[in-house]
Design a protein around this ligand. Structure first.
Ligand SMILES: NC(=O)C1=CN([C@@H]2O[C@H](COP(=O)(O)OP(=O)(O)OC[C@H]3O[C@@H](n4cnc5c(N)ncnc54)[C@H](OP(=O)(O)O)[C@@H]3O)[C@@H](O)[C@H]2O)C=CC1
Ligand SMILES: N[C@@H](CC=O)C(=O)O
Length: 427
């Protein structure tokens, strides 16, 4: 039996999938007994489809794919939550299995997608939505299911990890590092999703939902990105024995689920400090298994297409054999989301200020007013004539107090930027 595929989206990941199919189709048949045939290809432009020999089955209208009676399995690789949402939902309503790499969709409409799949008796698989080529969703849904998971956290955005590594190791500018990540196919169509932490937030929402059996949506995740991080921060952190990573953290506490994304200073000796470039790493703690770590390339055509095609083969095998190991929605509990304001940790805060007498004393007074105790103050060289960068590292403090301190200091006339860089410190 042949499983007939409808591919929607032939960009970085879609192109990677066509490449894998071209290279390994015969092996899929030989090794796994799965015969895959591409019967529809959709994109806005036909060039990629044409270059892979699919000009005759090309369409620019996704509806022609999701309503085609000859399509058994739809692969959605458009991205976003508008057209992709309609394509996925219509495919499921039409009784077609779906494989997607779309974290934005799964973190905002996961519940709807799962209930449609269940209603219509078809599978939906989304391994590529988190960690690029790293298998993490399947292990959480199968191999680790016997555990009560207490923590799932890591570096889950390849673009920002690549940018921070280039800025740190080569002194590349933020703009240069971002342009390079885009050219390599790591970034989202709108890279603000990457640099503002929303891509990582969607991924940790998906991981937390599965790990804690409780629905976490994108809007539940406190997300901060790397826009305010400069080479000064990276160098200052390094001088203190730390590096800066955009960490995504999901933590089951006595109060519920603490789930957040923000730049984080971690000691250079920490395992996560060695995860550089486009690599991602995800650390999972379970009561039986203990600590586990998953590592690999988190973005790019090959790694993402590897995860997509792994799903395609697995789902196709189920379609062929009628035997399925499909685990649908597992969000059976409703744990509360712990407010970000309740976080207690150490903070690194950098303010660019006018280099005038009395400024530092005023700032120190504000920290004291809110009961935030300062561990160290560092002044970095003059950025421009008459200005200085002041870096505070605090002892453990509460997020709500830090927010109050930052707002008050930002309102001082001598403080030159209303959005200082704030980095949580993990020891
Ligand atoms: N890039 C990566 O490293 C990874 C990406 N992902 C996810 O995979 C998905 C795809 O990402 P990626 O391949 O990078 O994205 P690209 O922007 O490279 O590709 C998107 C594709 O979708 C097509 N498309 C967009 N809108 C429409 C539409 N309305 N109708 C038909 N086709 C449309 C585009 O067509 P055209 O080119 O003609 O405009 C293009 O072929 C996203 O969900 C992303 O988050 C997941 C893991 C890694
Ligand atoms: N833009 C994403 C792509 C993979 O999910 C990233 O950089 O990680």
């Amino acid at each position: 039996m042949t499983v007939r595929l409808g591919l929607i989206g032939t960009g970085t990941v879609g192109g990677g999938c066509l490449d894998i199919l071209r290279n390994h189709k015969d092996e899929f048949r030989r090794h796994y007994g799965v015969d895959l045939e591409v019967v529809r290809v959709c994109s806005r432009e036909p060039e990629v489809a044409r270059s892979f020999g699919f000009a005759d089955v090309f369409t620019s209208d996704y509806r022609e794919v999701v309503t085609d009676p000859n399509v058994d399995l739809v692969i959605e690789l458009i991205g976003g939550t508008t057209v992709a949402h309609d394509a996925v939902c219509e495919a499921l309503r039409n009784g077609k299995a779906v494989v997607t790499a779309n974290k934005a969709l799964m973190a905002t409409a996961g519940e709807e997608v799962f209930s449609l799949a269940e209603e219509h008796g078809v599978e939906v698989a989304f391994e590529a939505s988190v960690g690029g080529g790293i298998p993490i969703i399947d292990p959480l849904k199968h191999s680790l299911i016997a555990n009560r998971i207490s923590k799932v956290m890591g570096i889950v955005n390849g673009t920002t990890n690549y940018m921070l590594t280039r800025m740190d190791e080569e002194g590349a500018s933020y703009e240069e590092a971002l342009a390079d990540a885009q050219a390599r196919g790591f970034a989202e169509a709108d890279p603000s999703a990457d640099v503002d932490g929303l891509d990582a937030a969607a991924k940790i929402a998906i991981l937390s939902s599965i790990a804690f059996n409780s629905r976490v949506n994108l809007s539940d995740v406190h997300a901060e990105g790397i826009r305010n991080i400069t080479t000064t921060d990276l160098q200052t952190a390094r001088d203190m024995g730390y590096c800066v990573k955009l960490m995504a953290i999901g933590h089951r506490t006595d109060d519920g689920v603490d789930v957040r994304v923000h730049p984080t200073m971690i000691p250079l000796s920490h395992q996560m400090a060695k995860v550089n470039g486009v690599y991602n790493a995800i650390y999972v703690v379970g009561d039986a298994v203990g600590e586990t770590m998953f590592f690999g390339e988190g973005a790019g055509a090959g790694p993402a297409a590897s995860a997509v095609m792994g799903d395609v083969l697995e789902v196709a095998r189920h379609i062929e054999t009628g035997v399925t190991s499909f685990v649908g929605c597992t969000c059976t509990d409703s744990l509360p989301i712990v407010p970000m304001d309740d976080l207690e940790t150490k903070y690194y805060i950098r303010f660019p200020v006018a280099d005038r007498p009395g400024v530092l004393a005023s700032m120190a007074g504000i920290f004291a007013d809110f009961g935030v105790s300062i561990y160290s103050v560092v002044q970095r060289g003059q950025k421009e004539a008459g200005t200085v960068e002041v870096v505070y590292v605090t002892h453990v403090a509460r997020e709500r107090d830090i927010r109050a301190v930052v707002a008050k200091i930002a309102s001082l006339d001598d403080v030159l930027h209303s959005e200082p860089s704030i980095i949580r410190v993990e020891d």
